[in-house]
Design a protein around this ligand. Structure first.
Ligand SMILES: C[S@@+](CC[C@H](N)C(=O)[O-])C[C@H]1O[C@@H](n2cnc3c(N)ncnc32)[C@H](O)[C@@H]1O
Length: 371
């Protein structure tokens, strides 16, 4: 029997940043289900929770597997998606946590959603994630690919989620990844000895982390950026966005990285992250968990300046601007029209040769940025 590496009990107390992680996950999945549920081209999708946990926390709060199901089955449009099969694969290595997960999945959930929707299938596995993933890869017939897959890889530490495995599992066009990056451990231990560095080499898929500055914010930034670059380069994800989880001492404990090849999916995840942190800093602080956001922090001046500079002297289609905002800036598409372009137009920073109504930027609108 595999020995538990972490000191926590079977079901542990849910920290504030875990709730924050769940909020992002649920908000994004609601959009993701909508995209595939209403697609005429896709009839089967998968959600893989590779480090699923026990299904519930110590006070009964639901874990990620239940939340992922709930986001689907309780979605307002779920009834319209009966032509799409949703396959959930929950994996937990620890035997006692797996028993707890099985109890939730086999006993609690069928009571909650009775009758159980025919197009939702749940499979629970009790394996090491690497073994599970290798097994899935082994089942793919030559010339075939995996169904569109959202993979949530949420270990406690930095083991069993190697860059190479992620590359092979998620090499298919419609595969997406939401992954925990154990920044605290990497920042503290990278370069500290052969045994641990061998693990980090698997995690990063290279040994460039050995070149990180020895200390200070530059070290953290280097390690964060290296992981992001590797997800882009090695795993061929076109769009990667991180979100920082700051612990009670005010230090970044971990990052969540979202990876996709689809611009609209990226936009939706950025929206989910902004919903949690309306300042646009892409971070959540345990210390501030109970404080309400009292006012809207949205400041689009940096975006206005960036657009003015990037497109200076050009007349461009609104869609080009939208793509740029999503792919190249921290903002998402919902910030573009009313909060940014309309303000720029009012201030005389843009004009349009074909706009029908002022402050409206429908498809096809051309926008002129002065030189
Ligand atoms: C952070 S917890 C998961 C929390 C869960 N995703 C949630 O959000 O509710 C990580 C889980 O991974 C399990 N685990 C650790 N190593 C594993 C491995 N190699 N393969 C599969 N599960 C593993 C742990 O027992 C633990 O339950």
């Amino acid at each position: 029997m595999a020995k538990r590496r972490d000191p926590l009990p079977t079901r542990w107390d849910r920290p504030a940043h875990t709730k924050a992680k769940h909020d992002i996950l649920v908000k994004y999945l609601q959009a993701w289900y909508g995209i595939f549920g209403s697609s005429a081209y896709v009839d089967k999708v998968g959600v893989l929770d590779g480090f699923a946990g026990p299904g519930a926390y110590s006070k009964g709060e639901f874990g990620s597997p239940v939340l992922a199901l709930e986001a689907l089955i309780e979605h307002n449009h779920f009834a319209r998606w009966d032509g799409t099969k949703f396959i959930f694969l929950f994996n937990e290595q620890d035997p006692e946590r797996f028993d707890s997960l099985k109890q939730v999945v086999d006993e609690d959930l069928p009571h909650r959603w009775d009758p159980w929707p025919k197009n939702v299938k749940v499979h629970a596995h009790n394996e090491n994630f690497t073994d599970l993933a290798e097994g899935l890869l082994g089942e793919i017939k030559p010339g075939h690919s995996l169904i569109p897959l959202f993979a949530f890889i949420d270990p406690f530490g930095y083991r069993d989620s190697s860059m190479d495995l992620i590359r092979r599992l998620l090499q298919y066009d419609k595969a997406e990844l939401f992954i925990y990056f154990d920044f605290n451990s990497v920042n503290r231990f990278a370069g500290k000895g052969q045994a641990v560095d061998a693990r980090f080499e698997e995690l990063f898929g290279c040994n460039e982390f050995l070149k990180a500055p020895p200390r200070g914010p530059e070290r953290g930034q280097f390690l964060h950026d290296l992981y992001e670059d590797q997800l882009k380069k090695v795993c061929s994800f076109a769009h990667v966005r991180s979100f920082a989880m700051v612990n009670k001492t005010g230090h970044i404990g971990n990052y969540l990285f979202f990876c996709t090849r689809n611009l609209d999916a990226f936009d939706r995840m950025k929206y989910a992250m902004w919903s949690l942190d309306p300042t646009g800093d892409y971070r959540f602080e345990d210390r501030l968990a109970d404080q309400q956001v009292l006012f809207d922090h949205l400041d689009t001046h940096p975006l206005q300046d960036e657009l003015a500079q990037h497109f200076a002297g050009q007349t461009v289609d609104i869609d080009v601007i939208r793509t740029y905002v999503i792919a190249e800036t921290p903002y998402y598409s919902g910030h573009l029209k009313r909060d940014t372009l309309a303000v720029m137009q009012r201030d005389g920073r843009i004009t349009s040769p074909n706009q029908r109504r002022r402050n409206q930027y429908p498809d096809g609108t051309l926008v002129t940025f002065p030189a």
